[in-house]
Design a protein around this ligand. Sequence first.
Ligand code: FAD
Length: 401
Amino acid sequence: MPERVVVVGAGMAGVQTAVALREQGFTGTVTLIGAEPHQPYDRPPLSKAVLLGTAEGSAFDVDFEALGIELRLGCEALGVRPGEHLLDTSAGPVPYDALVLATGAEPIRLPGAEGVPGVHLLRTLDDAERLRPVLARQHDIVVVGAGWIGAEFATAAREAGCAVTVVEAADRPLAGALPAEVAAPMTAWYADAGAVLRTHARVERVEPGEPGAVILDDGSRLPAGAVVVGIGARPATAWLAGSGIELGAYGEVLADERLRTSAPDVYAVGDCASFPSGRYGERLLVHHWDNALQGPRTVATNIVGDAPATYDPVPYFWSEQFGRFVQYAGHHTSADTTLWRGDPSGPAWTVCWLRDDRLVALLAVGRPRDLAQGRRLIEAGTVMDPRLLTDPARPLKAATA
Ligand SMILES: Cc1cc2nc3c(=O)[nH]c(=O)nc-3n(C[C@H](O)[C@H](O)[C@H](O)COP(=O)(O)OP(=O)(O)OC[C@H]3O[C@@H](n4cnc5c(N)ncnc54)[C@H](O)[C@@H]3O)c2cc1C
């Protein structure tokens, strides 16, 4: 067993790895290195309660000292020398026996808008704190991107009384995540909440000013007291260049089924890494909270335990937008069969995806019981009866073949 474990990245995945090591009886040193100066915190509240000021912060309720976890905050990892078992940081080299990469993801910036005053991202506590007074001033806000973050930010901004226009280059919200027929009913959620959604809208440039403006490629000019960019995130792995650690097409660390990287004694977990899913037969890059909770347990087991542990989760995430609780479990492709439970124009409905009559994924809007039951059915690979499944009055667990 290694004596010194170093974890890079003090977000959800890094913190959970450090905690899981202790839970699993690891008695060596655990050093948790994080670039941000803040006490480690959770991100989902940043687009919800923290943004609206109904929660002060979202620091993890973990007593690092009592657990014997050494926190090095405000310290940036700059590179890895796997051959020498050394991590280079802004505070000098740190030796390790096992290293865990958990540097998460960083938001994609809007080309040409970098450094323009009034243009914001929403990834960190500092971002949320900068945005809080923007909401309080009830500016006209333009949100670029109708993805998960854009929808959640628009929800909070409407709640705060701001005029909100969301511009989206695709023909619908969540185009990268959901098929057109499933995203279609979500379009109406924007208007219901009093937000304007403009699809097929590409940003040409952002003009600074008081207020500034967003200029679209069709020439329209949207006045903007503030612009919030939510056009996706990519793994924060640029610092690994030259380390020899293998990266994938999206810049993510390529982990194996035990979450090991291509370098000896180096693991990767959370938003920064993809893993081969035995369950779905393809490599998955998951940018959601539950993955940063579950993956660390596998990493800790593989560092501490004698028996190897394989990571093969049913991915799960939730989003709170426009007064709705949206949950998704599993993974589907366009080849899977889509079945509806309930009326998508109503407040609560579910979409299921079947492969060979087995449930592989579901999206539940305001139907948490469907989600909980569906998740278990996916895990078990239960064969479903498609006819029973489409009856929303019947519990999902009673729709088996
Ligand atoms: C605003 C917001 C709302 C969200 N809401 C939801 C939600 O409702 N549901 C859901 O399922 N998911 C949600 N997510 C996604 C979820 O928060 C992430 O999947 C999760 O935070 C990933 O955890 P992580 O530890 O892998 O990465 P991160 O949380 O990104 O943490 C990585 C940490 O590593 C640090 N780091 C990066 N590079 C270095 C370096 N070189 N040296 C040292 N430290 C470094 C970073 O500063 C960061 O603190 C949300 C994300 C955001 C931003």
